[in-house]
Design a protein around this ligand. Structure first.
Ligand code: SF4
Length: 266
């Protein structure tokens, strides 16, 4: 599945939500219409204007969201919209997706794409010390004896998992990288580092909840691949991690080519 259909899924479900809202509000307005008439036409008109206003604001929010995604540039209201999406709309949209038989992870993937677009659209740079990379433990090779959950620098660069390149990149750029073994630990690290931006690598469920937990800090989400099933020897596109870093680090710091060190153990 490529990126565009992913974004369209969330946007389509958002339109579905608006349709539900429009129908619900129409019923709420129309059914007691006779009762309002007895109180005078002004009450029914006021209710109609109020419901119409709610729908107009929601429509405007969808238009801003679509334009931000298409243009890749922040528009007035984009930041507020990210908060609305993360805090309130994701669970509702996931529920609506369920009504149409859309798997939760598909909706979450689409949400992560939209979130990434909104974060990218802000176009800002952060120094490495205000950057945080959160990694899942499942990327570490299951047979690896080194405790990188304590400190990623314990990685011996053997090349059996993606930590070899990623720890190299983090060290080279002076960025804090932590293996988040749970939400509590991740939150503690976020409080300690006080990042301006987080690059989080995880599965759909953990990324969605992590993005919500750390709001309003912007989070760029990179999804893992699971060639051996969930939570075991997972992979991540190092190229995607590089691209995200390049976008948010000052040019003089990100030089582009980071050559991995030679494997220390075989
Ligand atoms: S690269 Fe090798 S040493 Fe480093 S975490 Fe992966 S398996 Fe362990």
């Amino acid at each position: 599945m490529n990126a565009k259909p992913r974004k369209r899924l969330f946007l389509g479900l958002l339109l579905g939500l608006e349709l539900f809202m429009a129908t619900g509000l129409f019923i709420l307005w129309y059914v007691p219409y006779r009762g309002f008439e007895n109180l005078g036409g002004g009450v029914s008109r006021a209710t109609g204007w109020f419901f119409g206003g709610v729908l107009a604001i929601f429509t405007l929010a969808i238009v801003i969201l679509v334009l931000t995604v298409i243009r890749g540039r922040e528009l007035p209201g984009s930041k507020w919209l990210r908060g609305l999406l993360i805090r309130y709309l994701l669970p509702v949209i996931t529920g609506i997706g369920g009504l149409f038989g859309v798997p939760k992870d598909d909706v979450r993937r689409s949400f992560i794409e939209i979130n990434n677009e909104l974060v990218r659209s802000a176009v800002f740079k952060a120094p490495p010390r205000r950057f945080l990379i959160l990694m899942p433990h499942c990327i570490q090779k299951d047979t690896c004896p080194y405790r990188i959950t304590v400190d990623v620098r314990n990685c011996r660069q053997c090349g059996l998992c993606d930590f070899m390149e990623l720890t190299d990149i983090a060290e080279h750029l002076g960025i804090e990288m932590t293996v988040a073994t749970g939400g509590t630990l991740a939150r503690r690290v976020v409080i300690e580092v006080e990042p301006e931006i987080i690059l989080a690598v995880a599965c759909e469920r953990d990324l969605s909840s992590g993005i919500a937990d750390t709001y309003p800090i912007p989070v760029i989400g990179v999804l893992i691949d699971r060639p051996e099933g969930p939570c075991l020897n997972t992979k991540v596109s190092v190229q995607k991690v590089r691209e995200a870093l390049e976008l948010f680090l000052p040019e003089e710091i990100y030089t582009g080519e980071i050559q991995p060190r030679k494997a220390a153990v075989s």
